[in-house]
Ligand binder design. Structure first.
Ligand code: ADP
Ligand code: MG
Ligand code: ZN
Length: 552
């Protein structure tokens, strides 16, 4: 499995639980996966999809999410497509034909398709190995994003009683969890729950005074990096984004009141790194998997802690240090009050008040913020202190000084481009990535994530073999981009002044599995160079192992 992970996705190691989940799925059993945003849920169905002989159906609630995941899979050389309303009937027919010929491994489908009888009949003619329900909380009215269409997913167990189902979500509340299991009628499901701690997120709450100055100093600190600013109202997003533009920043608004064309356009500009700041209501973010958002600012506190955690979860999905700053004013309760008072049902209204109170208590707390959130979500935390909140690192005091006029190191998070080992080269690699992305009209992170570029700039790979060892470089990306990135790295004048960071040397012990793979590749008459890339060993090591195994 690890070699599949490297070959297709360019990663060396599974994250906690990923491998257990994959094995469970491959045993054709049902599962429910609860992991925080950015936890790495997709791999849990994408690797089985590659491994299983038939087709994997993936249900996803939003067109933009489907597009994003399919683009990423294709960039890794995996046969994936989607069927949704953006395609013409001819395009859909074409994909259906390819599905019938078993030429597609993953097919992403919008839930409403299932309502159509002829589509159900068509699905029944296919060889379906696995069904993945992404963002599974959409099936529950207790979730924060109920989608009526998700209710029709009940059908899957009836249509495909033998096919395993994997449901995935970042919403961990017990009510939602039970609802998902019940609604999907999962059979003997195993629930996998990973820790919801997002260690790379730095959590800060600061008083909402001189708010605009604070926002300015934060976005200057993260200059050019992707930033989301959440406002309470549509009007506030329009005002703030305009003010930021007047101050020379590339900021656009996003809210449900904009035409869908404009929403799409603004989102696209953000995803493709053409503007770096989106000022939005919480309507923004669910539809994107942009992995490199470095700063999320809340201009008003959220209506619940789970909502807040979901929103800040959109920062740093790639695991690199990112910052979340909430501007707190008790008075903002009035904004929430207006909506809470409209809730007709008494007990629902009480529950909403309770959540709001807990959110405010979080903002006012004097102990570790991370611990507070995780315990609210039902996770027990033994450590009293974390390494990434304003209270634990003592920066809450610094923020108070800000109030008296001295501007925002607000925290110890260094902007990502400033903290890389070799900034000059990193910027050159970023420019190359941007150029390629513009040519392909895709988001730059589809080409390579910041994690990969950072590693290239610090490890300085010299050839294809070394390039393949970089995180995020799989076989397909090596073939497509290896040459151009290596050229930039090798031509970088300052390389001599940089001491490359030595990577950990891989354990060179040969396992029985390695030997099996070696024989298999040998039998297929694959070149030593190719084999060396696949097994991540030098050609010399491969040749000597050939001898040991009696192959030559
Ligand atoms: P989720 O759906 O849980 O929010 P994703 O599946 O989108 O998360 O993954 C978040 C990021 O983590 C992606 O950039 C993905 O490529 C990366 N990732 C997933 N698994 C691994 C792994 N084993 N090693 C390194 N990066 C990983
Ligand atoms: Mg996901
Ligand atoms: Zn803390």
């Amino acid at each position: 499995m690890e070699s599949l992970l490297k070959k297709h996705f360019g990663y060396d190691k599974f994250r906690p639980l990923q491998l257990d989940i994959i094995n469970h799925v491959l045993q054709k059993k049902d599962s429910l996966v609860l992991m925080p945003t950015g936890g790495g849920k997709s791999i849990c169905f994408q690797i089985p999809a590659i491994q299983l002989e038939g087709i994997t159906i993936v249900i996803s609630p939003l067109i933009s999410l489907m597009q994003d995941q399919v683009d990423s899979l294709k960039a890794n050389g995996i046969k994936a497509e989607f069927i949704n309303s953006t395609l013409s009937p001819i395009e859909i027919e074409n994909i259906k034909e390819r599905l019938s010929r078993n030429e597609i491994k993953l097919i992403y489908i919008a839930p409403e398709r299932l309502a159509a009888n002829d589509f159900k009949t068509f699905l029944l003619t296919l060889n379906i190995s696995l069904i993945a329900i992404d963002e599974a909380h959409c099936i529950s009215e207790w979730g924060h994003n109920f989608r009526k269409d998700y209710r029709s997913l009940k059908l899957f167990k009836t249509l495909f009683p033998q096919t395993p189902i994997i449901a995935l979500t970042a919403t961990a509340t017990p009510k939602v969890r039970e609802d998902i299991l019940k609604q999907l009628a999962l059979v003997n499901p195993k629930t996998f729950i990973s820790s919801f701690d997002r260690e790379n997120l730095n959590l800060v709450v600061t008083e909402k005074k001189k708010a605009f100055n604070k926002i300015l100093s934060l976005i200057k600190k993260h200059e050019g990096e992707p930033i989301i600013i959440y406002c309470f109202s549509r009007k506030a997003t329009m005002k703030l984004s305009q003010k930021l533009r007047e101050n020379g920043f590339a900021a656009l608004p996003y809210h449900a009141g904009l035409s869908s064309d404009l929403r799409k356009k603004n989102q696209d500009l953000f995803i493709k790194d053409k503007v770096n700041i989106i000022v939005a209501t919480i309507a923004f973010g669910m539809g994107i998997d942009k992995p490199d958002v470095r700063l999320v600012i809340h201009e008003t506190f959220s209506k619940s802690i789970e909502g807040y955690y979901q929103e800040i979860g959109r920062a740093g999905r790639d695991g690199l240090p990112s910052e979340c700053v909430l501007l707190y004013s008790k008075g903002d309760i009035i904004k929430h009050q207006f909506f809470l008072k409209k809730i007709y049902d008494h007990s629902t209204q009480r529950a909403a008040w309770d959540k709001l109170n807990k959110m405010m208590a979080y903002c006012e707390t004097t102990s570790c913020r991370r611990k507070a959130i995780l315990e609210y979500l039902g996770e027990s935390v033994s450590k009293q202190k974390c390494n990434g909140c304003d209270i634990c690192d003592g920066s809450i005091g610094i923020i108070k000084t800000t109030l008296s006029g001295i501007i925002k190191p607000a925290s110890q998070v260094k902007p990502i481009s400033k903290s890389v080992h070799n900034k000059g080269l990193f910027e050159k690699l970023r420019a190359l990535r941007l150029r390629i992305a513009r040519e392909k009209n895709c988001p730059p992170y589809i080409v390579f994530g910041d994690v990969s570029l950072r590693e290239m700039a610090s490890v300085l790979p010299k050839n294809a073999e070394e390039f393949l060892k970089i995180k995020g470089v799989g076989q397909n990306k090596l073939n497509n981009y290896g040459e151009s990135f290596l050229e930039v790295i090798n031509n970088n004048k300052n390389n001599n002044n940089i001491v490359p960071i030595k990577r950990k040397i891989r354990n060179t012990r040969w396992t029985a599995e390695d030997d099996d793979k070696l024989r298999e590749l040998f039998d297929q008459a694959i070149s030593v160079n190719e084999i060396s890339k696949i097994l991540k060993r030098t050609p010399t090591a491969i040749r000597s192992r050939f001898k040991k195994c009696g192959l030559i």
